[in-house]
Write a protein that binds this ligand. Sequence first.
Ligand code: ADP
Length: 326
Amino acid sequence: MTSGACSVRVSRVTKQYGDFVAVGDLSFEVQRGIIYGILGPNGAGKTTTLRMLNDILLPDSGEIRLLDNLAPGAEAARRIGYLPEERGLYPKMKVGDTLVFFAELRGLRRRDALRQSGLWLERLKIADWHDNKVQDLSKGMQQKVQFASALIHDPELLILDEPWSGLDPINADVLRDVVLAQKEAGRTILFSTHLMEQAEKICDSVCIIARGRKAIEGDLEELKRSAAAEGMIVLAFASEADEARAREGVLRADFLETFRPCKEGLEVQLQRGHKPAELMAALVEARIDVSRFEHKQPSLHQIFVDKVGEQADTAMSGRSSEAARE
Ligand code: ADP
């Protein structure tokens, strides 16, 4: 059942393009009133998943339920605000008229459409552009107009495909504030992104997918806590000599998975099942002086790399720099 606490339930959904499995046996649930991120590198299957939620694609198998146990379709669509990946506005239409047009298309009366249009132009800080044609706006501003047109009918569930792609940091912040305000107003927000930093700032829960399959899902804070409990230690040494000796000895111990430089010194990942005390004991025994020894909560990006692997990380970084160039 999706009534009650659950807004979206995806159960064992698979979608193939020919022989290629774009989404494989994917399950996740989005609780009502939260911000939920579908994360993954380019080609992970995010857009395919969101298109299935919006009845643009049909799953080959599995089940999707939205809001009050609705299948994807017209009834659910009235209660959903969908920002698709392919942006589609009429370039020669004025910004204000565009919003009124989409509001009326979604069943609002003219008076309400005008009021909603004004409200969203203010919220997204584009009111001054009301009388300009869409084609005169920057890509980022067009994106904000598209975002407003998706939300103009005050939907209960927002489904946003890469809402931050192509936005500069200032506009990205405006959009983030709007999404947070939507959550405050009791809406449920499900969005996809390849930008881990954006997701980390805003998500309550995440589902990370790679090559169409789920890698991890859960409450973001819990994921971080349990990843920290798995043993990430930040070490700094009293001297370069201490560090050199550690690198030659203790840091090669079997119970260590990896270590890498970080801002504070070295970030050391323990093998699963091993305790920080073992590292501490080994350092003491080797008489290596440390100036810092602390448990670290990994970033979402780090969790992603650890669970999904370096290959996907490269894909992720590629997309990030692409986005930065836009
Ligand atoms: P993401 O949104 O995570 O970048 P997509 O859902 O767009 O991923 O794509 C998942 C995979 O499916 C990719 O490898 C993509 O090339 C492939 N794909 C997407 N759409 C089609 C299609 N219409 N025909 C064939 N392959 C497709």
